[in-house]
Design a protein around this ligand. Structure first.
Ligand code: SF4
Length: 439
């Protein structure tokens, strides 16, 4: 599973060039989407500039920023399509990018075609842009789009001088505001701010529409909602561990999930280890709670990162195998607790990790999983898995244990998940595990 988009926006109140900030902001959101990336800027005159690439931000843009200079702009990383896109409308030119998923896209496209619109693509972002362009201004356009759209979104719009950002009224996808001197930035995750010297101001509220101009921001509208649905998978897997989402540290959430596993499913073992990288926080939490020492039993080989761009599942599995190298001396004869964020199909655990541990003389393998068994696809633009890929849709936990070939297997309960994240279960999205969609 990989997330499917990262959004970044920035405006300098001093007219300083921000292209390097946009480039780096998108770079630090690379984990949210690896197939396409794009940047768009405005330098005070002429057209909005826009450029997109297939591939990763750094290799594709590092030597290709010329001509994109500007004091205001947006950036995007994507797993499914090229963004930002550009539209001309009665409000003038704008570029737009988003993170999320439009569930009723087909119905919206049909309606828009009946109203006389033509489509270049069948992408979610084109539907969103065309709905917004029906407004009298960007705020009423966003409001109009929000009423029509069924799904999840966090988005950024660049106009000739202003940026608008908004988050759907249930706040599925994260979006956070930061500041540095006379500069305002907005990002899908706060990890995009840390190395740019940008400090967190606050999260964008559910349904809030924010206007950014000359390095300052103001709320121009809030679309009310009776409840939130923060994606709980952000804290478990999707987000970078350095991020703080809706007031709660991702790293701390992972440690608490690991600690909950150690409390509910203790086991006698010699070492607690992680499936790098997303299992590390969970493993540290398990280790601290159980007092069993944490150690690396696998090391990630830095140059085996091509799995992001492989087209088939077989090719991705092969790349996953190349990625982790077991450290034989650390595991021979040991009882190992192996922590991971989730199990999708279980094939990587079975065919790669367990084989490598057994071949290196591990005595016992006890797997602990930070979230409950995955039972449903995500409709809100996070994971690309399908229901038939999920091991837990047709296997019990004991059957999964036997399938992957380990000595014990346990998952966090839904209640422990809610407690570890510090949110009531009705305020976070748990559809991955319940197969029930509240929105
Ligand atoms: S279905 Fe799962 S991944 Fe999708 S928004 Fe809900 S919790 Fe997040």
């Amino acid at each position: 599973m990989k997330s499917n988009c990262g959004v970044f926006a920035i405006s300098s109140g001093k007219g300083n060039d921000v292209i390097d900030d946009i480039f780096l902001g998108a770079f630090y959101l690379q984990h949210r989407g690896q197939q396409y990336c794009g940047l768009s800027t405005f330098n005070g005159k002429g057209e909005l500039k826009i450029r997109t690439h297939r591939g990763l931000v750094r290799p594709t843009f590092e030597d290709d920023l010329k001509g994109l200079e500007g004091y205001i702009g947006i950036g995007h990383t994507s797993l499914k399509d090229r963004q930002p896109i550009k539209l001309d409308s009665k409000m003038g030119e704008f570029t737009i990018c988003f993170s999320g998923n439009v569930i009723n896209k087909d119905e919206l496209i049909t309606n828009l075609k009946q109203q006389g619109h033509s489509f270049y693509t069948d992408s979610d972002i084109e539907v969103i842009a065309k709905l917004i362009a029906q407004g009298d201004d960007f705020v009423s356009g966003i409001e109009h789009m929000s009423k029509q759209l069924h799904g999840a979104f966090s988005l950024a719009i660049l106009t000739k001088g202003k940026i608008y950002v908004t988050r759907d009224k249930h706040a599925f996808r994260p979006l956070i505001i930061g500041k540095r001197d006379h500069t305002v930035a907005v990002a899908s995750e706060s990890c995009a701010f840390n190395n740019l010297g940008i400090s967190i101001v606050r999260d964008v509220e559910p349904g809030e529409i924010i206007e950014i101009e000359n390095g300052d921001f103001k709320t121009v509208k809030v679309i009310p909602s009776p409840f939130t649905q923060y994606c709980s998978f952000e804290w478990i897997y999707t987000a970078n561990a350095a991020s703080i989402i809706d007031g709660f540290s991702v790293d701390m959430a992972r440690e608490r999930l690991g600690a909950a596993l150690a409390k509910r499913y203790p086991v006698e073992a010699d070492v607690v280890a992680a499936v790098p990288n997303s299992g590390i926080g969970h493993a540290l939490g398990f280790s601290h709670e159980s007092k069993i020492p944490f150690d690396n039993v696998f090391l990630k080989y830095d140059y085996a990162s091509r799995s992001y761009t492989q087209a088939t599942q077989e090719a991705r599995d092969r790349e996953a195998k190349l990625k982790l190298i077991p450290i034989s001396e650390k595991i021979k004869g040991k009882r190992v607790v192996l922590c991971d964020d989730s199990i999708v199909r279980g094939t990587q655990m079975k065919n790669d990790l367990v084989v490598k541990l057994r071949n290196n003389g591990v005595k016992e393998i006890h797997v602990r999983i930070a979230c409950p068994p995955l039972r449903a696809p995500c409709m809100y633009g996070v994971a690309t898995r399908s229901k038939k890929e999920l091991a837990a849709t047709d296997k019990t936990i004991e059957e999964i244990r036997k399938y992957i070939g380990v000595d014990s297997l346990a998952y966090n309960t839904l209640d422990d998940l809610g407690q570890a994240l510090g949110f009531p279960l009705d305020q976070i999205c748990t559809s991955c595990w319940t197969d029930k969609y509240k929105v």
